[in-house]
Design a protein around this ligand. Structure first.
Ligand SMILES: Nc1ncnc2c1ncn2CCCCCNC(=O)c1cc(-c2ccc(F)cc2)cc(O)c1O
Ligand SMILES: [Mg+2]
Length: 215
């Protein structure tokens, strides 16, 4: 097919959503992915859980690993008060280009910093480049085998401090067994599993919320 799936998702947003209305962007993507073409957005069911965690934490600085088309970036940014922001890392330049347009359509570009690069390369530069002290919330939604090494990297870089909340997508499907084992058995995390479903399907999946307790 001539266009990519992310390009078709952007088209659905431009056709169905209202500029400056984040909820209409979210609704347009969910409708397209439920009725036209499945895509790996966190989706509406897990997205509601994400919303509740964002509201509970009311973070000032958020890190998102894995932007894709910007669906969860918009979900997070729309709930942030003025002065708060989400830094989102995307490895794939084609995905990043689409995400920038989706975020712009939602009118949330002032609350979002999209960085193109691999998590392992970018995380060590976070403090220096973005003046981040520590993240209040980290949403993990990138390569599933990178969840654990990147969590350890965030700890080593001092970007996770007492009270930082990690929220991980896909801990069942596709699954992140080594990450789950780590956060559930570490004395330095308090973990809770929010049972849900893989976006737009009946398959089980869920989000794991882990609060860092400090050293
Ligand atoms: N900054 C960075 N650093 C490292 N990797 C980076 C990155 N930025 C991007 N990536 C590379 C991530 C590529 C996408 C990751 N997400 C996934 O792979 C994913 C897959 C499914 C899925 C489930 C069942 C199926 F049958 C098929 C697929 C569902 C999901 O919700 C998923 O999030
Ligand atoms: Mg995911």
């Amino acid at each position: 097919t001539r266009t990519s799936r992310p390009q078709r998702i952007l088209k659905a947003v431009q056709r169905k959503a209202t500029v400056g209305d984040p909820q209409s962007v979210i609704t347009a993507i969910d409708h397209f992915c439920r009725h036209r073409e499945w895509a790996m957005n966190v989706g509406d069911e897990k997205g509601s859980i994400l919303d509740s965690v964002v509201n509970e934490v009311s973070p000032v600085t958020v890190l998102e690993l894995g932007t894709y088309c910007g669906y969860s970036t918009v979900r997070i940014a729309r709930l942030l008060p003025p002065g708060a922001c989400v830094i989102t890392l995307e490895f794939n330049p084609d995905y990043a280009a689409i995400a920038r347009q989706v975020i712009k359509w939602s009118g949330l570009e002032d609350k979002v910093q999209l960085v193109e690069g691999a998590s392992g390369d970018c995380i060590p530069w976070m403090k220096e480049h973005f003046g981040v002290q520590a993240f209040d919330l980290v949403f993990l939604d990138h390569w599933k085998e990178r969840y654990l090494p990147d969590t350890k990297l965030l700890e080593e870089c001092g970007l996770i401090q007492k009270g930082t909340v990690l929220l991980a997508d896909n801990v069942i499907c596709p699954g992140t067994p080594d990450y789950l084992e780590y956060v559930r058995n570490s004395p330095r995390y308090n973990s809770h599993y929010y049972r849900s479903h893989l976006e737009y399907t009946k398959a089980e999946d869920g989000l794991e919320k882990s609060v860092f307790l400090g050293y």
